[in-house]
Design a protein around this ligand. Structure first.
Ligand SMILES: *[C@@H]1O[C@H](CO)[C@@H](O)[C@H](O)[C@H]1NC(C)=O
Ligand SMILES: *[C@@H]1O[C@H](CO)[C@@H](O)[C@H](O)[C@H]1NC(C)=O
Ligand SMILES: *[C@@H]1O[C@H](CO)[C@@H](O)[C@H](O)[C@H]1NC(C)=O
Length: 711
């Protein structure tokens, strides 16, 4: 295997050397001339406009030659030319860096045709808005209007992450019925509210019931506890990350219910109503807890007498199973102790020590966004406690300043064509993830020598200071491409197009790979995979799913409007796939002429585009499970869901042992002893990926599921 690989490399080199040997005299001469021009006249280099001139193709060859040389790690006949191209790239470096922070993908919101009948229309509309907002934000950042907090302030902020917060009822009132959680929540955080619901009062226009006659009144007692994203948006209501609304009296169903929901950008999601029936057996659970517990549906409370009888019976005959339902957990004028906790899969609410409801996390929010707790409505709050809070402010790690070391800067772009371009999806506030990538596989010699180029693709954040930090980081490390739209879960496909655009136009790479910032990439094995396909073929390599049908129900459902066909084309899993540049070229030009069909899942979109391309030009589909979607397997090409610490660990193992071994220090806790079913596992891990709550939770290495379940 290993031998075979190096043989092909040697072959390739031989072929190349013999080809170019005839030309080498001419080439040498050309380079000498260029070099003299450069040194004597100090002309800013001519190639900035693109590799169209004769000279640039010549140089492209040199860089190719150089790349083979690095692959070989030994002296090659062209060694003397090495330093020429080295000096050369130094000259263009600063110019390239300056112009290339912003993606040059041509998205022109104004040219969008809103009458176009297409499944992608909604997505394009969302993209238009996000793009317009994003450009505005970026202009602000560029113009220097937005100011960055001083380092001393940063220190203050990072120190202002209390592990716990306690407020008495009166203090809570004074603060506008709001408990601030400066650094949000993290896995395992919990908030306890001690309160007493007020007696029902008459309301003429209750929002939770229908009034028959104009003057009718309804007796209402309800309260609302909400986790708010206080810092995520400006100039509109903060998103409600969790809306928990017990309605003791007054709900239209005439029964006590608990409604739970989320509201983002002023749009309510689908409510989860618990009406006391309990969840169905086949309903999705949250950390193995049902979403809704059962309770006695009659309003009359179970009497003290019958409670005592039940207890007595149990004492007398322990073998007898006694089922006992509790009443609705809240009652007017009755003190309760409610605890809300953040689990792996969702929020759990316990009242007076008993589990009542669980609410699965919804996409679009992270725990760290939950920066406030509000309790309003017909309730007297006696006290509020929040504990096990995160100790670090997510956006302002002091550590950040210490990590600004030139050691991790990206090498300059080489002028000629590059073998492989790796575009990495990232989010503005994922500094730690990016840093781990910089310190691990981006240190690969092929990347250091610019034969392989890797860049992060980041959109803009709603918080100004995050964007400012991002700009600073981009300027410093030179490895970030800003795609100027307001980041949004559904628009990640735009980043994929931007990766293609950058790979084709800026880097001139032969192959383009897409990864995530929690994907570990074994650069040399990717190159080997690519080289197995003859150079003149188009390719699409990854962990490919064949013959999938869209799910029409459940959490991952795809509507008929979004996806009318019954079949999904073969798609490579999103965390790591590779394309040839012709396909990327096709995608960019289709996009810029508004002909590209977009779908919110970027990997499905890619499958669709490649299929379209394949209908005219054949594409070689290469499938390998070593592009691991669900974590890490021995001998991986890519490993996914790798937390920053594991990235470093994988890299160290590769360096020290020379083998692709996993770093699975920890397994994900499951309450059952057996291995969880594939389906649940996928769901669980996907959530973990979304949460990014810290290194110790996001690990799994049970191997790959036989089927892919994302869609
Ligand atoms: C080019 O690089 C070589 C070796 O790195 C150095 O000796 C030489 O001075 C450089 N020339 C210029 C013009 O920078
Ligand atoms: C931190 O902020 C508080 C008020 O917000 C201020 O009184 C204090 O001086 C600040 N400390 C530092 C080190 O800047
Ligand atoms: C690609 O195109 C060829 C020729 O039209 C076809 O036979 C093949 O099934 C296509 N592959 C995929 C995966 O769609």
């Amino acid at each position: 295997m290993k031998r075979g690989k190096s043989d092909t490399k040697l072959d390739k080199l031989d072929r190349f050397v013999s080809l170019s040997r005839q030309k080498s005299a001419q080439i040498l001469l050309a380079v000498a001339v260029i070099y003299v021009l450069l040194v004597t006249l100090e002309i800013p280099f001519v190639f900035d406009s693109g590799p169209t001139s004769e000279t640039s193709t010549t140089l492209a060859r040199f860089s190719e030659l150089q790349s083979e040389q690095v692959l070989q790690d030994k002296d090659a006949p062209t060694r003397p030319l090495n330093w020429v191209s080295h000096n050369f790239s130094r000259r263009t470096q600063s110019q390239l860096a300056a112009s290339k922070i912003l993606s040059s993908l041509g998205f022109h919101p104004n040219t969008l045709d809103p009458t176009k009948k297409d499944g992608s229309l909604d997505l394009l509309k969302a993209a238009k808005t996000a793009w317009e907002e994003g450009i505005k934000l970026w202009d602000e950042v560029q113009s220097g209007k937005a100011k960055l907090l001083e380092v001393s302030n940063l220190k203050n902020i990072s120190e202002a992450c209390p592990i716990s917060v306690t407020l008495s009822g009166s203090d809570f009132l004074k603060r506008g019925k709001l408990l601030e959680l400066p650094c949000g929540l993290t896995l395992g955080s919990h908030i306890t509210v001690v309160g007493k619901p007020r007696a029902a009062h008459a309301e003429k226009d209750p929002k939770i019931a229908l009034v028959k006659e104009a003057d009718d009144e309804v007796m209402v007692s309800q309260f609302i506890m909400e986790l708010l994203g206080l810092k995520t948006v400006e100039a509109e209501d903060p998103p409600r990350i969790l809306h928990f609304n017990p309605r003791l009296k007054g709900d239209w169903s005439l029964k006590p219910v608990i409604e739970q929901n989320t509201c983002y950008r002023m749009q309510w999601g689908t409510a989860l109503r618990c009406e006391g029936r309990g969840s169905e057996a086949d309903e999705e659970t949250v950390d193995d807890q049902v979403q809704c517990e059962k309770w006695i549906r009659d309003d009359d409370d179970i009497s003290e007498e019958s409670k005592a009888t039940l207890w007595l019976n149990r004492q007398i005959d322990r073998t007898k199973k006694v089922t006992f339902d509790w009443p609705f957990p809240f009652a007017e004028e009755k003190l309760f102790v409610l605890t809300l906790s953040a689990g792996l899969e969702g929020y759990h609410v316990n009242v007076d020590g008993r589990h009542v409801t669980s609410f699965p996390y919804r996409a679009g929010f992270t725990l760290e966004d939950a920066t406030g707790l509000a309790v309003t409505g017909d309730i007297d709050v006696h006290s509020v406690f929040a504990a096990s809070l995160p100790s670090n402010h997510p956006g302002f790690s002091l550590n950040r300043h210490l990590q600004m070391s030139s050691r991790w800067k990206a090498p300059s772009l080489s002028v000629g064509s590059v073998e492989l371009f790796i575009g990495i999806l990232s989010a503005a506030n994922h500094f730690a993830e990016r840093m781990a990538v910089r310190k691990s596989w981006m240190q690969h010699r092929l990347i250091k020598s610019s034969n392989v180029v890797a860049r992060f693709f980041v959109a803009l954040h709603t918080r100004k200071e995050v964007n400012l930090e991002l700009k600073k980081e981009a300027e410093y490390f030179g490895d970030i491409v800003v795609v100027p739209y307001m980041d949004n879960y559904d628009l990640v496909v735009l980043k994929t197009v931007a990766i293609c655009e950058y790979g084709v136009r800026t880097v001139h790479a032969k192959y383009i790979m897409k990864g995530d910032d929690d994907t570990f990439v074994r650069v040399d094995s990717i190159i080997d995979e690519v080289n197995k396909v003859p150079a003149d073929r188009n390719l699409y390599i990854g962990n490919i799913n064949y013959y999938h049908k869209p799910l029409r129900y459940g959490k991952w459902k795809v509507t008929y409007e979004e996806w009318p066909a019954e079949e999904i084309p073969p798609i490579a899993n999103g965390p790591g796939y590779i394309l040839s540049s012709d396909i990327a070229c096709f995608i960019v030009s289709e996009f810029e002429s508004h002909k590209l069909k977009l779908f919110k899942m970027e990997d499905v979109s890619m499958g669709m585009w490649v299929e379209q391309f394949n209908s005219s030009i054949p594409v070689e589909y290469v499938h390998s499970l070593k592009f691991c979607q669900l974590g890490c397997i021995e001998g991986y090409y890519t490993a996914h869901y790798q937390a920053p610490r594991q990235m470093i660990c994988l890299w160290e193992k590769l360096q020290k042992q020379g083998r692709a071994q996993c770093c699975n220090e920890m397994m994900i806790r499951t309450s059952v002893n057996e291995r969880p079913k594939c389906r649940n596992r996928e769901r669980m891990i996907t959530r973990l990926g979304e949460m990014r709550t810290g290194s110790w939770m996001r690990v799994t290495t049970w191997g790959d599921c036989p089927e892919k379940l994302k869609i």
